[in-house]
Design a protein around this ligand. Sequence first.
Ligand code: PRP
Ligand code: URA
Length: 223
Amino acid sequence: MFGLSLAFGYWSLEKFLRMPLHVLSHPLGAHVLTHLRDKTTKPALFRALSYQISLLLALEATRDLASVEKTIETPMETTTGHVLAKPIVVVSILRAGLGMVQPFHDTFPDVSVGYVGLERDHLTAVARSYYCKLPPLAGKRVIVVDPMLATGGSAVQAIDAVKATGGKEIVFLCIVASPEGVALMQQVHPEVPIHAGALDRQLNAKKYILPGLGDFGDRLYGT
Ligand code: PRP
Ligand code: URA
């Protein structure tokens, strides 16, 4: 009688049932993350490690991509295989999200890239939008990438922009998530799966993730 929309205050049973957080469980992911966290890791290695863990996350986040049958000729005979059914769009939250884009270009056949520029205020930790350029999103798998899900404010704003541009099949990828960021995402965008390299303990008073890895953008670009 109540179906799936039985309500508990803000939460509905439907939203409660859709709280997809996937934490990477590959041992290579843990290895790479440990070196990313290490404060002695220099920007060149940091960028290489970001590439590696983003590739692992990209593969996890695209396991369920649709494919279609394709008949081809091998040098031996005719056979039927499968190819990806539709292109993907990666939306990078500037600036640190740029460190997660290249593995998509290198691995997937047809990728377009959008950008959402957001910067947290140093005092309030509230993100301010300074740029947004998104390709057509309707009918595409949209993968929003940002290495750090801290308060969740940046991810929520970026996904708001993606939805406003017609994106519906949305996935969010981050390298480190905080419980606070995951909770905000699940409150505001409960249908968006989150793929994280790790779920860390908490935020500190300045809204940085603990144990975390510091300021990702600064470490990526040596600033
Ligand atoms: C960092 C990070 C995320 C954001 C996460 O960006 O790359 O975008 O903070 O924090 P939140 O979940 O609390 O919103 P920052 O604002 O430092 O900008 P940058 O990428 O240009 O360094
Ligand atoms: N942004 C970062 O780069 N690191 C954090 O820990 C939080 C936000």
